[in-house]
Design a protein. Structure first.
Length: 202
């Protein structure tokens, strides 16, 4: 009879579908341990179980408002720094860096906060609709958002992605509503049919 060492015998047992548990140890004990390991891995890998510091909505608003105020006070986008923003708000630089890795990311959130509420066009005259739209535009220009828009346009070469975002999120929606008002004016013959709405919107 051929002698088989313990290790070889063990492999043969596994291959033949024998019990994975040694006779000297309780199967229920191993099963419990395996279930605990699976449960631990499942909980550790679950996205909802990760613990982290929640972002402060108030801090986000305070810093975005601070950028608008500083730009309205004469600061340029290039001259602003996290140091000056930290000094103005009293929020540590580390807290600002944890939320935004660069000024470009911060300015992008500032633009998102500037989304203006555009008035709905009514059945009133085209003249009245255009007046309401222009008043909305003038109100923005007089606020700090208006100075920020000027700063973005002035430094378009330094911040091209920011300028593109501004055109898409701020300028384009306003021009769209303005063109709708002009088209309605053409339909009601309050505006001449040969007027170029694209040129007039500019």
């Amino acid at each position: 009879m051929r002698c088989v060492d313990d290790q070889t015998a063990r492999l043969m047992e596994i291959h033949n579908g024998a019990s994975l548990f040694r006779k000297s140890e309780s199967p229920s004990r191993h099963l419990t341990e395996h279930l605990c390991i699976v449960k631990y891995v499942t909980i550790a890998d679950s996205p909802t179980s990760k613990i982290g510091r929640p972002r402060s909505t108030r801090m986000h608003t305070v810093i975005c408002d601070a950028v608008l105020d500083l730009v309205n006070g004469g600061a340029t986008l290039s001259s602003l720094s996290f140091v000056s923003i930290s000094r103005d708000t009293g929020i540590s630089r580390n807290s600002i860096y944890r939320r935004w890795k660069s000024k470009e990311q911060l300015y992008s959130d500032v633009v998102k906060s500037m989304n203006r509420q555009l008035p709905d066009l009514t059945e009133q005259s085209t003249r009245e609709n255009l007046f309401v739209l222009m008043k909305t535009f003038d109100d923005v220009v007089e606020r700090s958002e208006g100075r920020m828009e000027q700063a973005i346009v002035a430094e378009a070469q330094n911040f091209p992605d920011l300028h593109e975002q501004y055109l898409i999120e701020i300028v384009a929606p306003f021009n769209h509503v303005l063109k709708l008002a002009i088209r309605r004016g053409k339909e009601t013959r309050e505006i001449r049919a040969d007027v170029d709405e694209n040129l007039l919107a500019e």
